[in-house]
Design a protein around this ligand. Sequence first.
Ligand code: SF4
Length: 345
Amino acid sequence: MDHLRVISLDRPKVKQMKAILPQRYYDFNTALRQQFGCRVQKITVDAGFSCPNRDGKISSGGCIYCNPQGSGTGAHARGLSVTAQLESGKAALTRRYRAKKFIAYFQAFTNTYAPLDRLQAVYAEALAVPDIVGLSIGTRPDCMDPAVLKLLEAYAREYLVWVEYGLQSAHDRTLNLINRGHDFACFETAVNKTSGRGIHVCAHVILGLPGESRQDMLQTAAILSNLPIDGIKIHLLYVILGTPLAKLYQEGLFQCLDQEVYVDLVCDFIERLPGRMVIQRLTGDPHPSELLAPAWSLQKAQTLSLIHATLEKRNTWQGRLRDGTAVFDSTLGHQVFNALQQGLP
Ligand code: SF4
């Protein structure tokens, strides 16, 4: 640990830091506030897309943990248009968070897996809704063709555009085991083709996948930290009823992480991410009626507060084990970290 230049903070400095720095990582709300100057919330949209890992093109079983509904809200099946979903999300999030701007988040299944004209119609419908300032498009790295990238690049000149690529692990043996249907090289290629166009790239990872050691997971963090990735979602692996993972769990072939182990892992993971990378998520959010295990995954607020408390207790932060310094560059809190590291008052 010596080479990390960890400093011990005296009491006044800790007080000063706590007063200014709300969190020890670069969270999405902060990033959006920096860009838009107000509270911005994502609204989940179900546009009725499918997934090649479910419709038989790649496989029909899907990823072993995947909810057969593909994390969809079912809104499309209920006949709700993209506009109707966004208007109802706006009303709810304005009440709850006093949000003023919104991002249309295409989350269910694979949201670039359709003919270009259909994609264009759906994205354009979302962007025509008042106060929608951007798109966030969840997809697979093997479902991004050049024409779609060009379309998103054009939108990115006027709007905030995120592409969220599912990866889950940087280890091919894990990707095989969980039936992702693509390898790490495919993800890397998609990231490299997407970056440099004004489009923000987010990677999804899961901690606690079958067969993965702590070392494996932290290697994923280190590998991702060297790619042009702007954001990350860290998920807890939980078991949804009716999935192949549920069968493994019920047969005793797979165990879920304990909450304490997960919290420590998340802290270890974000210590290895660059400070510029926006952390969009730190745990999972299962639906109670679909969850098999672990029960603690329903206590999202408690898990988040344990992560925050552990970062404080360890006196650590995002990026500390990547380059030894806090590299957030646009908030006062980050400057305080840098000043403290240099022993300045
Ligand atoms: S790629 Fe996504 S929607 Fe498709 S099977 Fe995997 S988790 Fe489910």
